[in-house]
Design a protein around this ligand. Structure first.
Ligand code: NAG
Ligand code: NAG
Ligand code: NAG
Ligand code: NAG
Ligand code: NAG
Ligand code: NAG
Length: 528
């Protein structure tokens, strides 16, 4: 090597090193540059791709989600406390990837928490988004912090996400020279409700919203999940079904409904067509073997569980649980105990009485909660024309095996939007598309092709047809809207080999097996 080329390569080397250092330096120096009212920076930290981050046990809700998060790309992690009133605050993190694609994104939350969804921050930062995540105004998975603390309820209802978006956008503009071009949202469950809250209340926060299994009609939802216990009774009641007995119900429902879509694959494509007759399960008098049948009381329980819940005046509060979810729902919804989130809502929000017992919950309690509807947490407005006028796009999806939030409620919301806006589905398609995902449980898992890229646990690849978030990016940035959402059926859980694909239909179309060949052939299906 000549002296000159040695010098040159030295210079080049330090240039390369220098550019790496520039990002790192920018990151660590960023903390001192942030000067935004109500924002207190805890730290700004450079995280190298491949790091297994150890998380704050409180903010990550470590007991439920693990105390570590692996991060696959280089990024700058900024952690803050942001006050939202004189007696409340959110814990907020912004993750700025080195390989940045010019897009801002907010993640959401789940249940009544309280937890930054680090796995969504890692997932979206890996896809090149500058991403924010907040703790929704309180720590932990419980609703106890709501007790005598309306500001915390207000954060939970809408303010945490919106505050995170306002601050997050400001920080993104400060961190990257070119700021951002488009803003996105990705969330499911409570996160789905937060996405819809943004669409309804802050139509300019996002260009594209991906909202899954939304907990909208929120108070109705909590009433619905409270009403199962009075139906099933405790495990010693005659009305109770064990998990094994729910499996008998599930098998009978599949026997009656699986082939309505043309394929015997263990997956119900259109749950609306499934109106099972469960008296077939009553044990025959001649039967000596009672392990595959139920008592009339148990059949009655199953029928009530699969019926809507009505209020005092006879109007529907919440639609029925969709059939097909029995095995997933049995251990959590029909387990002979009051549902925790519902119990906590009446204890800490509706009645301010921690000793209130959910065992005697009835529709009068539903009426009290609906009348209260704090900070419009219902998230149930059908007129979303301000969002439409702002040019926003929303992709709504819901698993047809959802065990925690009935997909029938999403269909009800779609109908409300269509009627309140006086728009036919083909008009709504311009800015609002709703996809039912057969074989998907609550936000993921399930018996079918649930891998649609809604998170790291259902990730298949980055192609827009296989990934709802990248499909939204294509819709917003290229004007090409998704016709179907393609799901992967994993042979052995997330990340394992793909057994088959299925293209899920845009509501109100439904999937029908036309053949020829096997149900595993995605092209043998048609949306009609
Ligand atoms: C990260 O570290 C934790 C222990 O702190 C460990 O349990 C976990 O398996 C690690 N994750 C990865 C992806 O290495
Ligand atoms: C907090 O703010 C509210 C109004 O937002 C005000 O009524 C109250 O006096 C304030 N409390 C304190 C301690 O500053
Ligand atoms: C949540 O926990 C963090 C520590 O991880 C703490 O700094 C913050 O004050 C807590 N927030 C609330 C509302 O208690
Ligand atoms: C009862 O029926 C179940 C299911 O059909 C079967 O597995 C079991 O072997 C039967 N038991 C007896 C004692 O016949
Ligand atoms: C029935 O009650 C619900 C809420 O409890 C209310 O929204 C609705 O307007 C009532 N319907 C009628 C017909 O009074
Ligand atoms: C369809 O494929 C599945 C899974 O590969 C297989 O179990 C089944 O036997 C096939 N059915 C037909 C009719 O070929």
């Amino acid at each position: 090597m000549t002296r000159l080329s040695a010098l040159l390569s030295l210079a080049l080397g330090s240039l390369v090193l220098g550019s790496q250092d520039a990002f790192q330096t920018k990151c660590t120096e960023f903390a001192d540059k942030i000067d935004i009212p109500n924002v207190k920076v805890n730290f700004a930290q450079y995280v190298q791709g491949g790091t297994n981050l150890t998380l704050d046990q409180v903010a990550s809700c470590a007991s439920s989600d693990g105390s570590s998060q692996s991060v696959s790309v280089d990024l700058c992690r900024v952690a803050m406390a942001v006050s939202t009133s004189n007696s409340s605050e959110i814990t907020l993190e912004a993750w700025f990837p080195r390989e940045y694609k010019g897009r801002f994104l907010s993640t959401g939350n789940g249940g009544l928490g309280g937890c930054i969804q680090y796995y969504d921050l890692a997932y979206t930062a890996q896809l090149g988004f500058a991403s924010v995540g907040a703790n929704n105004g309180h720590n932990g998975t419980s609703g106890k912090p709501f007790y005598h603390h309306p500001e915390v309820i207000e954060d939970f209802a809408y303010r945490s996400i919106h505050t995170g978006v306002v601050i997050g956008k400001e920080l993104t503009k400060q961190f990257y020279d070119n700021g951002f071009d488009k803003s996105y949202y990705l969330g499911c469950s409570t996160g789905g409700r937060q996405g819809w809250k943004s669409v309804q209340k802050y139509p300019n926060d996002f260009d594209g919203v991906v909202a899954g299994a939304p907990a909208i009609n929120f108070v109705g939802l909590l009433s619905w999940s409270a009403h199962f216990y009075p139906i099933t009774g405790s495990p010693s009641s005659k009305t109770y079904l064990s998990t094994a007995e729910w499996k008998i119900v599930h098998n009978e429902i599949l026997r009656q409904c699986d082939t309505l879509d043309g394929a015997k694959d263990g997956i119900i494509e259109d749950t609306d067509l499934c109106q099972p007759i469960l008296e077939t399960l009553i044990c025959k008098s001649s039967s000596k073997n009672n392990t595959n049948c139920l008592s009339p009381e148990q059949v009655n329980t199953a029928q009530q569980v699969l019926s809507p819940v009505y209020g005092l005046n006879g109007t529907m509060i919440y639609p029925r649980m969709q059939p097909g979810s029995e095995n997933l729902a049995a251990p959590i919804m029909y387990n002979g105990q009051p549902f925790t989130y519902s119990k906590e809502w009446w204890q800490y929000v509706v009645y301010n009485n921690p000793s209130w017992s959910a065992k005697n919950w009835n529709v009068k309690d539903a009426a009290a909660a609906l009348a209260q509807n704090p900070y419009d947490i219902q998230t149930w407005h059908g007129d979303i024309s301000p969002f439409q006028k702002a040019g926003g796009k929303v992709l709504h999806y819901h698993g047809l095996q959802d065990q925690l939030i009935s997909s029938d409620n999403s269909k009800w919301y779609y109908s409300r939007v269509a009627k309140e806006m006086n728009m036919a589905p083909s008009d709504l398609d311009e800015f609002y598309r709703f996809f039912t995902i057969s074989g998907m449980g609550h936000c993921g898992a399930g018996d079918g092709a649930y891998g649609i890229g809604q998170g790291s646990r259902s990730y298949n690849d980055n192609k827009p047809e296989n990934n709802v978030l990248m499909a939204m990016v294509k819709w917003v940035e290229e004007g090409v809207a998704p016709d179907t959402v393609r799901g992967a059926k994993f042979s052995n859980g997330p990340g394992s080999e793909v057994e088959y694909y299925r293209k899920h239909c845009r509501y109100p179309r439904r999937n029908v097996f036309k053949g020829p060949g096997n149900y595993t052939d995605e092209n043998a299906w048609q949306c009609v």
